[in-house]
Design a protein around this ligand. Structure first.
Ligand code: CAA
Length: 379
């Protein structure tokens, strides 16, 4: 057993870190304050090969694994968690199910453009009355000839309205419960597909979450992903992977806030010495670092399981819950280290604290992760 990243993984870390520090850092504050979604960022990430890290070269991906992807997610989120989630949803929630369940035609048509960043991806599962209870959605798909007609509304859709490709989940037969949901690849621009309210949020303000409205949207039957009735399984398996990405995002958020806190503690002088020399601050920093390192290995282990086709529902749930909880704790501690300044917009730690909160909620609330973990213990 080796606790060591490969050279390729270190190269991805360097690539993502350089990009984050050179391209994201200069504008991150402005984009957060003014809620600016900048598509050009994803175009540039595509050119660097970051938008298709875990997918085959045949589909223009890098042919690497999910640990490399998690590291990239961590590094992007260490500087800019808003870009982190757009990147994560694109790679995990939209590209993964196409890679896993897509036909050859679907992969060459969609995955090959998602991996280059030419097209951006989104994932439409959540509805006004179906959040945690994801099976309870009201969106329907009715087969007519060689098409499905989709009707319904999705909410909190990350990249919604910006993405060229949406994975939409809809009931093809409500009476069949989990076996009555199907997944569809829906292209932006399809008549009847429109986008409603853009959410105004506490954090990740430079990412977009929009309402997706489907009114008699005609989707070719060729765009059914997997088989009819496999949609819920596809959604759950996709989210198992997505949770690894959110865990990596949370890890990056904690690291970003922690590094700012360490730096500030060495510069800020009170009672004639840097506050880092006060044991109350030094011990707080020690605990922050400890939590980050513990989270790191849960995140990389879940990504390792995913890369090696080891069942990762539980390891992903553990990583997501732990990393998001410590992200909230570490960012709150970082604000505390900064004192009154930490509460102002002058320093970035308040932004990290606002951004951390959603990692405890999306891609399955942490209570859902407890359901998954306890279910595996008590089965
Ligand atoms: N892999 C494969 N199959 C799975 C599965 C998994 N991980 N989890 C469940 N299933 C299967 C079950 O085996 C079962 O199949 P059978 O009927 O054949 O036995 C079927 O799915 C139903 O499972 P459950 O009875 O467990 O389903 P449930 O209705 O009780 O729901 C739940 C379970 C865990 C609460 C689930 O609904 C869930 O994960 N909810 C949270 C949804 C979620 O994460 N939403 C996030 C939206 S995306 C987002 O946040 C995007 C963004 O913007 C960032």
């Amino acid at each position: 057993m080796e606790f060591k990243l490969t050279e390729e993984m270190e190269d991805i870390r360097k690539l993502a870190r350089d990009f984050a520090e050179k391209k994201l850092l200069p504008t991150v504050k402005d984009r957060d304050e003014n809620e600016i979604f900048d598509r050009e960022i994803f175009n540039q990430m595509g050119k660097l090969g970051l938008m298709g890290i875990p997918y085959a070269e045949k589909y223009n991906g890098c042919g690497l694994d999910f640990i490399s992807f998690a590291i990239a997610c961590e590094e992007i989120s260490r500087v800019d968690p808003s870009t982190g989630i757009g990147f994560e949803v694109h790679t995990s929630l939209c590209s993964w199910p196409i890679n896993q369940y897509g036909t050859e035609d679907q992969k060459s048509k969609y995955l090959s453009k998602l991996t280059t960043g030419e097209w951006l991806g989104a994932f439409g599962l959540t509805e006004p009355n179906a959040g945690t209870d994801a099976l309870n959605g009201a969106t329907t798909a009715v087969k007519q000839g060689d098409e499905y007609i989709l009707n319904g509304t999705k909410i909190f859709n990350t990249n919604g309205g910006e993405a060229e490709v949406e994975i939409i989940f809809a009931a093809t037969d409500k009476t069949k419960g989990a076996k009555g949901m199907s997944a569809f690849i829906v292209e932006k621009g399809t008549p009847g597909l429109s986008f409603g309210k853009k959410e105004v949020k506490m954090g990740i303000r430079a990412s977009v979450q929009r309402e997706v409205i489907l009114q008699d949207v005609h989707v070719p039957a060729a765009n059914l992903l997997g088989k009819e009735g496999e949609g819920f399984k596809i959604a759950m398996q996709t989210l198992d992977g997505g949770r690894v990405g959110v865990a990596a995002q949370a890890l990056g958020i904690a690291e970003g806030a922690y590094e700012h806190a360490v730096k500030y503690s060495k510069e800020r002088v009170q009672f004639g010495k840097p506050i880092s020399k006060q044991q109350a601050v030094a011990f707080r920093l020690a605990d922050m670092k400890l939590k980050i390192e513990a989270a790191r290995w849960l995140v990389y282990k879940a990504a390792y399981d995913m890369s090696n086709n080891i069942s990762h529902s539980v390891s992903a749930a553990m990583a997501k819950k732990f990393a998001s909880d410590i992200a909230m704790e570490v960012t709150t501690d970082a604000v505390q280290v900064f004192g009154g300044y930490g509460f102002t917009r002058e320093y970035p730690v308040e932004r990290y604290m606002r951004d951390a909160k959603i990692t405890q909620i999306y891609e399955g609330t942490n209570e859902v992760q407890q359901m998954v973990i306890s279910g595996s213990i008590l089965r």
